[in-house]
Design a protein around this ligand. Structure first.
Ligand SMILES: Nc1nc2c(c(=O)[nH]1)N[C@H]1C(S)=C(S)[C@@H](COP(=O)(O)OP(=O)(O)OC[C@H]3O[C@@H](n4cnc5c(=O)[nH]c(N)nc54)[C@H](O)[C@@H]3O)O[C@H]1N2
Ligand SMILES: Nc1nc2c(c(=O)[nH]1)N[C@H]1C(S)=C(S)[C@@H](COP(=O)(O)OP(=O)(O)OC[C@H]3O[C@@H](n4cnc5c(=O)[nH]c(N)nc54)[C@H](O)[C@@H]3O)O[C@H]1N2
Ligand code: SF4
Ligand SMILES: [Mo]
Length: 673
C-alpha cells in the first residue's frame, strides 16, 4: 500500500487536502490530510470514500457512439482513434459550411484545477469557435463586488477569528463551506456573536445566535434599512467614511431617506423593531465580518444586493477594523496567470461571438442567428444544471446538432451526445489547485493510472489539436509542463512560497500582500457612488419575480450530500440527500390539501416537475424549496428542477437567476389548472 497526497477537485471553496491509499493501482481509501493548512484532516460527507466514485461500476471506460435516439442512452463502444477522427472531420465540416462560430464549447466546473478546468480554451480559440461566457455561478456577485470594490483583494477568511460578529449572509456554510463552519464555532466559543441571514431555516441556522429570514431577493433593502438607522442615529463610522468611502453624501441625501424600517419591513418581511435592533447590534460590534455567500446574488437584482451589503460594511467602517470587513472569496488572478493555459492570443481577430452559458436554451434553438451546429461539452452537465431545461433539452434533441460530451458518467447531457468520451477523475491526472475560499495552493500528481481508457481534459484537447493539424507549440506541452509554466510566472503572492513542499504534493499558503486591505478602485475608496454604472448609487431593485402571478417563490438550493449534479451517481449519497423533494410549509401544504410524501407537481410557464413533497416548518409560507440538481434518470418524473428556472440574467454581470422563480404546486394526478 502506498499513500498519495491529492486535493479535492470540486467546486467548493474549501479545496481540501486528501490522503489516498493506493493498492495495485486502485484507490482503496480516501481520507482528509491532517497537514492541510485549511481543512486540517476533515472532509465533508461527499468526499469521504471518494474511491467509491473513482472506481464506480458506472464509470465510462471507453468512447461511445450513439445508436439510439438522442436522450435514450443507447450507445456502443468505439476506439479513441475513430472517435477523434470523426470529431475532427465534423468540426472541419461545420467550420467550412457555417463558419467556426457555429461550434460552441460548453464547460464549467466539474474539476477546478487550473490546467484541466481550462483545458479546452486554447483549442477552441485556435479553432475560432464561439466563446462561452462562463456566468452560471457567481457573475452577479462578482459584478456587485467589482462595482464597489474594484480589484480589491479578498481578505484572508481566517480574519473572521478576530471578529466579534460574524454574519453568514446568503451562505449555507454547513453544506457549502464546512471548514469555515469550524472557524465560526471557534469564534463563537470565544464569545463572538453569529448571525445567519437566509430565506429559510437551513442547517447553518443552528450555528447562529440570530437567525434572520428575509423574503427572496430583498437583502439590498435590508442593508439599506440598516444603513438608514445607522445614519439616522449617528452610528456610522464617520472617520472611516470620510477617508475611505465615495458617494456617502449622495447616498444619504438621495437613497437612505426612502428606506425607513417601516418600508424595509414591507419588502423583507422582518418587523421594524427587529430591523432597528439589528442595526444597533451591527453598529455596536467592534469588527463585524460578513461572509457573503452566493444565495442572494442569484436574482434579477443580485449584483445590487451585493453592492448594498458592501455599503453597510462601508458605513460601519468594518474594513478599517482588524478582523472586520466583508469576504466574498479569495483573489486568485493575482497569484496565477492562467492565460498560459487559456491562450486568448490564439483567437482570430475580430474575436468570435460570445454566448452567455445561462442562455444555452436560446443558443441551441434553430432560430438563433448562425445556429449552433456542433456542441462540445466537457466537465459540465448542462441538461441538468442550466436554466430552462425544456429549452436546453429541445436544443440537445436537434438531429442536425453534433454533440460531443467528455465525462466520467453517463449524465443527462451525455445521453444526448453523438459521441461520449471517457474522462479521468482527479486521482488520475495532474493539476494545480487554488482555492477560492482560502489562500493555499496544491500541486497534485496522479495517484492511480486512468480508469479504463479514460483521458484527462488536457490530453483530449492535445489529441484533437493534432487531428485538426494545429501546429502551435502549446498543444505539444504536457499538463505538467503547463503547471511549471504557471509557477514560473512571477507573482508577489508566491514570494517565499515553499516550492519543495509544493513539489512534494503538499498544500502551501500563498502570501497576501501587506496592503491587502487597500481599496483598488479608481478613487482609492469604496465606491457607493460609481459613475461608470448605469445605476451609479446603491438602491434596492425589485427582483423579476416580485409581484409575479403564481403564489409561491421557488428557491432551488444546494444539498449537503451532492454538489450541483456531481455525486448524483452515488446511490448512497442520493439516499442521504432525501430523494428529489419539494419542501413546503405546513400551511402551504394544507392549503393545497397535500401532505408529507405526496407525489406533487410544481409548475409555471416554463415547465412542470414532479417531486415528492416534504412538509417542513423550516420553510416560511410563500416559499417552495427544492435542494439539489438531480439527474433526470433518478427523478420521479421526466424533468428536474431547472425546468422551472429561466434564462433571465441578473442585473449586472450576466449572472444566473436560479433562485428567482415563481411556481404553484398541485397533487401529481390532478389535471393542469
Ligand atoms: N454540498 C454542496 N456544496 C456546494 C455546492 C452544492 O451543490 N452542494 N455547490 C457549490 C457551488 S458551485 C457554489 S457556487 C457554492 C454556493 O454556496 P453558497 O455561497 O452557500 O450559496 P447557495 O448555497 O447558493 O446559497 C446560500 C444560501 O443563501 C440562501 N438564499 C437564497 N436566496 C436568498 C436571498 O434572497 N437572501 C438571503 N439572505 N439568502 C438567500 C439559500 O437558502 C442558501 O441557504 O457552493 C458550493 N458547494
Ligand atoms: N437550479 C439550480 N441550478 C444550478 C445551481 C443551483 O443552485 N440551482 N447551481 C449552479 C451553479 S452555482 C453552478 S457552479 C453550476 C455547476 O454546473 P457544472 O459545472 O456543470 O457542475 P456539475 O453538475 O457538478 O457537473 C460537472 C460534471 O463534470 C464531470 N467531471 C468531473 N471531473 C471531470 C474531469 O476532470 N473531466 C471531465 N471531462 N468531466 C469531469 C462530472 O462527472 C460532472 O458530471 O450549476 C448551476 N445550476
Ligand atoms: S467538497 Fe468541499 S468540503 Fe467536501 S472534501 Fe471537497 S473541498 Fe472539502
Ligand atoms: Mo457555483
Amino acid at each position: 500500500m502506498t499513500l498519495a497526497r491529492s486535493a479535492c477537485p470540486y467546486d467548493c471553496p474549501d479545496c481540501c487536502g486528501l490522503l489516498v491509499e493506493v493498492e495495485a493501482g486502485r484507490a482503496v481509501a480516501v481520507k482528509g490530510d491532517p497537514e492541510h493548512p485549511y481543512s486540517r484532516g476533515t472532509l465533508c460527507p461527499k468526499m469521504n470514500d471518494y474511491q467509491r466514485q473513482v472506481h464506480s461500476p458506472q464509470r465510462l471506460t471507453t468512447p461511445l457512439e450513439r445508436v439510439g435516439a438522442k436522450g435514450e442512452g443507447a450507445f456502443r463502444p468505439i476506439s479513441w482513434e475513430a472517435a477523434v477522427a470523426r470529431i475532427a472531420e465534423r468540426l472541419r465540416e461545420v467550420a467550412a459550411r457555417h463558419g467556426a462560430e457555429a461550434i460552441l464549447p460548453y464547460s464549467y466546473a466539474g474539476t477546478m484545477g487550473l490546467v484541466q478546468r481550462n483545458a479546452g480554451h486554447a483549442f477552441f480559440h485556435r479553432l475560432g469557435a464561439s466563446r462561452l461566457d462562463r456566468t452560471i455561478c457567481a457573475s452577479g456577485k462578482e459584478a456587485g463586488w467589482k462595482s464597489v470594490m474594484g480589484a480589491t483583494l479578498g481578505l484572508d477568511p481566517d480574519e473572521a477569528a478576530k471578529s466579534d460578529l460574524i454574519v453568514m449572509w446568503g451562505l449555507n456554510a454547513v453544506a457549502t463551506n464546512l471548514h469555515f463552519v469550524q472557524r465560526v464555532k471557534q469564534a463563537r466559543a470565544r464569545g463572538a456573536r453569529v448571525w445567519a441571514i437566509d430565506t429559510y431555516e437551513t442547517p447553518t441556522a443552528a450555528l447562529a445566535d440570530e437567525q434572520v429570514l428575509v423574503r427572496p431577493g430583498s437583502d439590498g433593502a435590508l442593508a439599506l434599512g440598516l444603513m438608514h438607522v445607522l445614519d439616522r442615529d449617528g452610528l456610522t463610522d464617520r472617520a472611516f467614511v470620510e477617508a475611505h468611502v465615495q458617494g456617502h453624501e449622495a447616498l444619504r441625501a438621495e437613497v437612505l431617506p426612502r428606506f425607513p424600517p417601516a418600508r424595509v419591513a414591507e419588502v423583507t418581511g422582518l418587523a421594524p423593531e427587529r430591523i432597528e435592533a439589528l442595526a444597533r447590534a451591527f453598529a455596536a460590534a467592534r469588527a463585524p465580518f460578513i461572509r457573503l455567500g452566493n444565495g442572494l446574488s442569484r436574482y434579477g437584482n443580485g449584483a445590487m444586493n451585493v453592492r448594498c451589503i458592501l455599503g453597510l460594511s462601508a458605513l460601519a467602517g468594518s474594513f478599517g477594523r482588524d478582523g472586520g470587513g466583508c469576504y466574498a472569496g479569495s483573489s486568485g488572478s493575482e497569484a496565477f496567470d492562467v492565460s498560459v493555459v487559456t491562450r486568448p492570443d490564439l483567437m482570430p481577430s475580430p474575436a468570435p461571438r460570445i454566448v452567455n452559458m445561462n442562455r444555452l436554451g436560446e443558443a441551441l434553438a434553430p432560430s438563433f442567428p448562425n445556429p449552433v451546429k456542433a456542441l462540445f461539452v466537457y466537465h459540465s452537465n448542462p441538461a441538468a444544471v442550466a436554466p430552462d431545461q425544456n429549452a436546453v433539452l429541445a436544443g440537445l434533441a436537434r438531429e442536425d446538432l453534433f454533440t460531443v460530451v467528455h465525462e466520467r458518467f453517463l449524465t443527462d447531457t451525455a445521453r444526448y451526445a453523438d459521441l461520449v468520451l471517457p474522462a479521468t477523475s482527479s486521482l488520475e491526472h495532474p493539476d494545480l489547485y487554488r482555492s477560492y475560499g482560502h489562500y493555499a495552493v496544491q500541486r497534485a500528481r496522479p495517484a492511480i493510472p486512468p480508469v479504463g481508457e479514460s483521458k484527462p481534459n488536457w490530453e483530449l484537447f492535445q489529441l484533437l489539436a493534432r487531428a485538426m493539424g494545429f501546429e502551435d507549440e502549446v498543444f505539444r506541452r504536457s499538463a505538467d509542463d503547463l503547471i511549471d509554466a504557471l509557477l514560473a510566472r512571477p507573482s508577489p503572492m508566491r514570494e517565499g512560497l515553499d516550492r519543495a513542499a509544493l513539489e512534494a504534493g503538499r498544500a502551501v499558503p500563498l502570501r497576501l500582500p501587506a496592503d491587502a486591505r487597500r481599496f483598488r478602485t479608481p478613487s482609492g475608496k469604496m465606491e457607493l457612488l460609481n459613475p461608470r454604472e448605469a445605476r451609479p448609487l446603491l438602491d434596492h431593485l425589485p427582483t423579476h419575480e416580485d409581484g409575479g402571478a403564481l403564489p409561491l417563490r421557488l428557491q432551488t438550493g444546494v444539498n449537503p450530500y451532492t454538489l450541483n449534479s456531481t455525486f448524483m451517481d452515488r446511490e448512497d449519497l442520493r439516499a442521504k440527500a432525501g430523494g428529489m423533494r419539494l419542501q413546503l410549509s405546513p400551511a402551504e401544504a394544507r392549503a393545497r390539501g397535500l401532505s408529507e410524501g405526496d407525489a406533487v407537481v410544481a409548475w409555471n410557464g416554463l415547465g412542470e416537475v414532479r417531486f415528492t413533497l416534504h412538509v417542513s416548518a423550516k420553510i416560511p409560507d410563500g416559499l417552495a424549496v427544492a435542494e439539489g440538481v438531480w439527474w433526470i434518470a433518478h427523478a420521479p418524473g421526466d424533468r428536474t428542477v431547472n425546468a422551472l428556472t429561466s434564462q433571465r440574467l441578473s442585473d449586472q454581470g450576466g449572472g444566473s437567476t436560479f433562485y428567482d422563480n415563481r411556481v404553484d404546486v398541485r397533487r401529481a394526478e390532478a389535471a393542469p389548472s
